[in-house]
Design a protein around this ligand. Structure first.
Ligand code: GDP
Ligand code: GDP
Length: 466
């Protein structure tokens, strides 16, 4: 499937993680413009080395998100930028813990110009416990003197090889990546095929993911398979769901809280792990994003939503603990829906369901809704009706012209699903204005729904013959 091995970058602020990230990805990607026209930090990207695909995740900044309610008050996650690394040591320690638990390989990045710091030794102590391979890279080794100085990092006793690199100039990075991809499991091993629908229950700790899972398993229409599937980062639960027409639909629930729930050592609180959330979202057909209806949307919720958008995943938002929300009236759900979509930067197409895992309220609607979202993800529109729809849209509302030139759309097709992908053959892709693209998308949704599913609209210059 879509899943690729995950390589995590761990290190203090300012050692050059984003610089290395950009070099590995090969483009300047650290900042992305998402569909709402806003900008946020890019934390993961797909890369390839020696023909082997993998995903690189920059753990820097992930946990720095302040855990405050943002819905209705603030527009989204704020990244607190690190000035001085000392106060961030607990944070980096935490990132290292997550990396060794959830990544397939870790690159520990340090700085040749500062030498070994106390923080480096602390992080090394954590990484020593890793079961996945750890690569110690010493960055900013821009010249012979610094490459020599980098050897000091052998004193950490962490790795058999120290890789002096310069992320800025690119030296040493190839040797590092050779070793990293050599250590990765083949992509095919990462994903085991499961028939039917795969639903990932994602969300920050304590929103009620485990409670929801247990409720779903208790549903009359759910027959739980006695053989739970196990992966290293999430424990899958297989079940058969009886549809309205009596059909039995195999469902895999990918539960990111599963480790804590079933683990013998009960940890106090589950930790929020971006790596684990990313894995679950990628393996799923539909992500069920659970938020706490009493607390509202927090920065961590917005962060998971960002991952979902980045991955072009289909999604249902579940506002849980609805039983505990006070002073509800007939407007509350409508207002709340708008509030949640805004705060998560989700568009109108994302369905929001208000549930209580405690009382069971509307929990029976979760799987049917997820299945209809999945159906829309695989929906294909025939070329004839598609072109009639677009021609009609053009007639109703002509594209604006730019410098005396007007956009012409000659022909549209939908070559792909998962997510639905539309290719518009046009006279000049530069003439496509964002708002016109949104208009076309809205026309498609008006007719075909595509509930909970992002649409990819591609504009290609029509090739001239001869
Ligand atoms: P991050 O906080 O770990 O993501 O670090 P950045 O990638 O933002 O880099 C911090 C600073 O170090 C920036 O000013 C970079 O230009 C600089 N830097 C990164 N890599 C190198 C390198 O290989 N050599 C030198 N001399 N500077 C570097
Ligand atoms: P997880 O960390 O996301 O798996 O969350 P849990 O399922 O462990 O739930 C966290 C806490 O919220 C527990 O104390 C639950 O009893 C409580 N909780 C879960 N769902 C609901 C709900 O629908 N209503 C209320 N009032 N409490 C809930």
């Amino acid at each position: 499937m879509k899943d690729k091995p995950l390589v995590a970058l761990v290190g203090r602020p300012n050692v050059g993680k984003s610089t290395l990230f950009n070099r590995i990805v090969g483009r300047r990607l650290a900042v992305v413009h998402d569909r709402a026209g806003t900008t946020r930090d890019r934390l993961h990207a797909d890369a390839e080395w020696n023909g082997l695909p993998f995903t690189i995740v920059d753990t820097g900044g992930i946990e720095v998100l302040p855990e405050t309610v943002v819905a209705g008050r603030r527009p989204g996650p704020e990244r607190v930028l690190a000035q001085d690394s000392a106060p961030f040591i607990p944070l980096i320690r935490e990132q290292a813990e997550q990396a060794i638990r959830d990544a397939d390989a870790v690159i520990f990045l340090t700085d040749a110009t500062s030498g070994v710091t106390a923080g480096d030794s602390e992080v090394a102590d954590i990484l020593r416990r890793a079961r996945c391979p750890v690569f110690l890279a010493v960055n900013k080794a821009d010249n012979d003197r610094l490459r020599q100085a980098a050897l000091e990092f052998y004193s950490l006793g962490l790795a058999a090889t120290v890789y002096p690199i310069s992320a800025l100039h690119g030296t040493g990075v190839a040797d590092l990546l050779d070793a990293v991809v050599d250590s990765l499991p083949p992509a095919a091993e990462v994903e085991e095929a499961a028939p039917g629908s795969r639903l990932a229950i994602v969300g920050r700790p304590n929103v009620g993911k485990s409670s929801l899972l247990n409720r779903l398993l208790g549903e009359e229409r759910a027959i739980v398979s006695p053989l739970p599937g196990t992966t290293r980062d999430a424990i899958d639960t297989r079940l058969e769901w009886t549809a309205d027409d009596g059909a039995k639909i195999p469902i895999t629930l990918i539960d990111t809280a599963g480790i804590r729930r079933r683990g013998r050592i009960a940890r106090g609180v589950e930790q929020y792990s971006v790596l684990r959330a990313l894995r679950a979202i990628r393996r799923a057909d539909v992500a069920l994003l659970v938020i706490d209806g009493v607390e509202g949307v927090t920065a961590q919720d917005a962060h998971v939503a960002g991952l979902i958008l980045d991955e072009w995943a289909s999604v249902v938002v579940l506002v849980n603990k609805w039983d505990a929300v006070e002073n509800k009236d007939s407007h509350t759900m409508t207002e709340y829906t708008r509030w949640v979509r805004d705060a998560l930067r989700f568009l109108d197409y994302v369905p929001v369901l208000f549930i209580s895992a405690l009382t069971g309220q509307r929990v029976n609607k979760v799987i049917p809704l997820a299945l209809s979202v999945q159906e829309s993800r695989y929906q294909r529109v025939a070329t004839g009706p598609l072109n009639r729809l677009i021609r009609d849209a053009l007639d109703r509302h002509a594209p604006p012209s730019k410098r005396g030139k007007r956009l012409k759309i000659y022909y549209v097709s939908q070559p792909g699903v998962d997510p639905p992908t539309f290719v518009f053959h046009v006279n000049d892709p530069d003439l496509v204005h964002f708002s016109y693209e949104r208009y076309l998308e809205n026309r498609l949704r008006e007719t075909y729904g595509f509930v909970g599913t992002p649409l990819r609209l591609l504009f290609r210059r029509r090739r001239r013959k001869g």
